[in-house]
Design a binder for this molecule. Structure first.
Ligand code: HPA
Length: 235
């Protein structure tokens, strides 16, 4: 079954059991070159770059997911079902929809509500609650505490729409206690659950729909570094 249509790797073991997934493939390249020792590129199909290297002696891969649930749905499915991947740690950005969620905060998605119909494929006689791996969650919280990096944990929204025709629709999710909006976590959590694997989503807040603030490049770098410190220890 390998190579798969979207990942051009024909041997098992080239991709590590744990994969970090930023949305942007150039971010994956930057992470591999900045944080991993001896990174080797394993994928370039559609420029969705993937690399394997080591971090403190641990074998880790990092690969882009693209934007949105269809994109991360494809890449995470192939990684989990054809390449023996056991853990996927999505690292990304999100827009805050609560007053007390500030730009630069780090959010961990305990659960991911969604506007998407992705769960319909499972034909469940009800609605499904896409949920992060407890094992990864517990470990991530221990790491954050040890490093004194504050994190907020809760429900996030994986939206199919960035430019919504109804610009204030987020307020209804905010009323339900949802912390922030992104576009990928729910599909990742469902694919991992279905494959019997682990996933978690660690995000930095890049903008706020409440205050209309956005992070400067410098601020993004600091919160990105904190998010990376947690994710690399976790991997
Ligand atoms: N919406 C969806 N995805 C996002 C946002 C947002 O406001 N900010 C960063 N990723």
């Amino acid at each position: 079954m390998i190579p798969t249509p979207h990942i051009n790797v024909s041997e098992q073991g080239i991709i590590a059991e744990t994969v970090l997934m930023p949305g942007d493939p150039l971010r994956a390249k930057f992470i591999a070159e900045t944080y991993l020792e001896n990174p080797v590129q394993f994928n370039s199909v559609r420029n969705m770059f993937g690399y394997t290297g080591t971090y403190k002696g641990k074998k880790i891969s990092v690969m882009g997911s693209g934007m949105g649930m269809p994109s991360i749905g494809i890449y995470s499915y192939e990684l989990l079902n054809f390449y023996g991947v056991k853990n996927i740690i999505r690292i990304g950005s999100c827009g805050a929809i609560q007053e007390d969620v500030k730009i630069r905060d780090i959010i961990i998605g305990m659960s991911a509500s969604t506007t998407s119909n992705y769960a319909s494929q499972y034909n469940l006689p009800g609605t499904y609650a896409p949920t992060a791996s407890w094992t990864l969650m517990k470990k991530a919280l221990d790491i954050a505490e040890n490093k004194a990096i504050p994190v907020k944990v809760g429900n996030i929204l994986s939206s199919d729409i960035f430019y919504d025709d109804e610009p204030d629709v987020w307020k209804r999710w905010a009323r339900m206690g949802v912390l922030a909006i992104e576009m990928e976590a729910a599909a990742l959590y469902m694919n991992a659950a279905r494959a019997g694997a682990n996933a978690i989503c660690i995000l930095t807040v890049s903008d706020s729909l409440v205050s209309h603030e956005a992070t400067s490049a410098e601020e993004r770098q600091t919160s990105f570094t904190n998010m990376m410190e947690i994710s690399l220890e976790l991997a």
